[in-house]
Design a protein around this ligand. Structure first.
Ligand code: IPE
Ligand code: IPE
Ligand code: MG
Length: 262
């Protein structure tokens, strides 16, 4: 399945974003505030994942993408990395059946070669089991980096179609090789925990995404916090380089069809 890029067409803009991408940040600070080890924050973070998946599905979000572990997070103390891997493995073991029963399609994106074979097997099993589900598509970005994604896409394009190197490479040629080519570009990006940066998350795909930052720490993120972010999204005017007048005109010309082509 391919999707129009927001850099060319105006995607439909309903009040509910089709694709929400989240940097789940602030677990460590949540724990520190309570004089608990950082890991306690990560554990509570898994609960926030559960409730966010449920709330997104209920609200009609089609794609939810969660940044669980960045390619830079290996720089953390070995003990924290090991505990995060354990948590990820545990969640894969215990949650996949429930996701499947709820019609969720699970995908994991990132450089999976860095994970051990047990983890890769679990990921493969979860993806295969849920592949035909038609509900929410939940993508977990693990050992993911936006720069890695662009480079792996370019590498695969050139390996599969070496002749592409002879001419100028078009955006539309690269897009199918990006790791989230099955999804439309995110409509809404949420970062919890107060930092206002992208931290090497979906760099290519965020080109025209609406950005939303909240001080709420990830373990405290709940349905009400999600609704606040969606309400903010619903108030935005997505112009994609055009003028407000042009958007109004397109709406008048094709009122039934929310998605107008330039
Ligand atoms: C986000 O929370 C979780 C991961 C990066 C895995 P942090 O662990 O970054 O929490 P803070 O930023 O230290 O509070
Ligand atoms: C970003 O969080 C990565 C994830 C949430 C998985 P970090 O807390 O690692 O981000 P930086 O390094 O502080 O920007
Ligand atoms: Mg952090």
């Amino acid at each position: 399945m391919s999707h129009d890029s927001s850099t060319e067409t105006i995607p439909a803009h309903g009040d509910v974003p089709r694709h929400v991408a989240v940097i789940m940040d602030g677990n460590g600070r949540w724990a520190k505030q309570r004089l608990l080890p950082r890991f306690a924050g990560h554990r509570r973070g898994v609960e926030a994942v559960r409730s966010t998946v449920r709330a997104c599905a209920e609200r009609g979000v089609r794609f939810l993408t969660l940044f669980a572990f960045s390619s830079e997070n290996w720089r953390r103390p070995a003990e924290e990395v090991a505990l995060l891997m354990q948590l990820f493995r545990g969640a894969l073991t215990s949650e996949v059946d429930k996701l499947h029963r709820n019609g969720v399609r699970l995908r994991v994106v990132g450089d999976l070669e860095r994970f051990d074979s047990r983890m890769r097997t679990l990921i493969g099993q979860g993806e295969r089991l849920t592949a035909a589900n038609t509900g929410l598509t939940l993508t977990i970005a693990a050992n993911y980096g936006g720069r890695w994604d662009i480079l792996q896409a370019l590498g695969r394009l050139l390996r599969e179609r070496p002749e592409a190197a002879q001419a100028r490479i078009e955006e539309a040629q690269l897009a199918p090789y990006l790791s989230m080519s099955y999804a439309p570009e995110p409509d809404l990006f949420i970062r919890t925990g107060g930092e206002q940066r992208v931290s090497n998350f979906l760099l290519w795909q965020l080109a025209y995404t609406e950005l939303y930052f909240t001080e709420t720490l990830w373990p405290d993120f709940d349905a009400a916090a999600l609704d606040a972010s969606i309400a903010s999204y619903a108030r935005r005017e997505r112009r994609f380089g055009r003028t407000s007048d042009q958007l109004e005109e397109a709406k008048r010309a094709a009122p039934a069809q929310a998605s107008a082509t330039a």
